[in-house]
Design a protein around this ligand. Structure first.
Ligand SMILES: Nc1ncnc2c1ncn2[C@@H]1O[C@H](COP(=O)(O)OP(=O)(O)O)[C@@H](O)[C@H]1O
Ligand SMILES: [Mg+2]
Length: 260
């Protein structure tokens, strides 16, 4: 079995089948990009994997451990234990405006470390919190912005803080939901560059929902094209971007026009 395996995932909202038999697997250090039109189920898939939505059926395994099934954990504590495997970066950065860059990363770290201490669990960190935060800021190129507040940062810088924060608890899988969709085109590149570095330099395992086709082509080990809740195409970037499937071809044609 692979490192991260999703099997036969189904989810409906009322009568609307939104995830229709989703299957895929990723090896450690690999990147999967998910592409597809608005409304095809990309966000719902990420939210379901992260325990923000329940599923109707299916299973998710990480290194053979069952992470997710339709038996949703009832205790908040159990959900937290599962969720800790993931880091999540949203389109809207969701930084705390009243805290500076350093504190934005420190807060969830402190809370989690305190909680683990109380539960007699080992720390997730190898170093002191201060050192961990500096290292994270270095990875996203923002060490010199530590004392700055979100309102004084560009959108690209905010997103890089959000990425550092999502990495803080050393997730096994980092998930991105359209990380550059809220950014001006000139700021998109700096965020994509940071994400690419996370793969090349740090070998993070990532699932990225994106409309940036050139980026998806470059960074991905696997690409998934979804339509109407189904996986229409899934394979290497070469396979998917040269697919003979009519739906895939039409989507790629329209997204090239939009990107120009
Ligand atoms: N909370 C919700 N309640 C009901 N329907 C929803 C909800 N969230 C999403 N949907 C529906 O699920 C489908 C997939 O949405 P979504 O996952 O957001 O797509 P995408 O991220 O690909 O644009 C859409 O038809 C959307 O209207
Ligand atoms: Mg979405």
């Amino acid at each position: 079995m692979g490192y991260f395996v999703v099997r036969n995932l189904y989810k409906s909202y009322g009568k609307n089948l939104v995830l229709d038999d989703i299957n895929f697997s990723i090896e450690k250090g690999q990147v999967l990009s998910i592409i597809g039109r608005s409304g095809c189920g990309k966000t719902t898939l990420l939210r379901s994997l992260n325990y923000l939505e329940s599923i109707d059926s299916g299973e998710v395994y990480l290194e053979d451990e069952l992470l997710l099934s339709n038996e949703f954990p009832k205790k908040e504590n159990d959900i937290i234990k599962k969720r800790i495997h993931y880091g999540l970066v949203f389109q809207s950065f969701n930084l705390f405006p009243q805290y500076n860059v350093y504190q934005n990363i420190e807060l969830p770290l402190k809370l989690m470390e305190e909680k683990r201490k109380k539960d007699n669990l080992p720390s997730l960190l190898n170093k002191r919190i201060e050192e961990e935060i500096l290292e994270l800021l270095d990875k996203v190129g923002l060490k010199n912005k530590m004392d700055i507040y979100p309102s004084q940062l560009s959108g690209g810088q905010c997103q890089r803080v959000a990425i550092a924060r999502a990495m803080a608890l050393k997730p096994d899988i980092l998930c991105f939901d359209e990380p550059t969709s809220a950014l001006d085109p000139e700021l998109t590149g700096e965020v994509l560059k940071v994400i690419l570095e996370l793969k090349v330099k740090y070998h993070l395992t990532m699932i990225i929902v994106t409309h940036e086709m050139a980026f998806a082509k470059t960074i991905s080990d696997k690409v998934m094209f979804m339509d109407g809740g189904k996986i229409v195409d899934y394979g290497s970037p070469d396979d998917v971007f040269n697919s003979q499937n009519e739906k895939t071809k039409n989507f790629l044609k329209s997204s090239i026009t939009l990107n120009q």
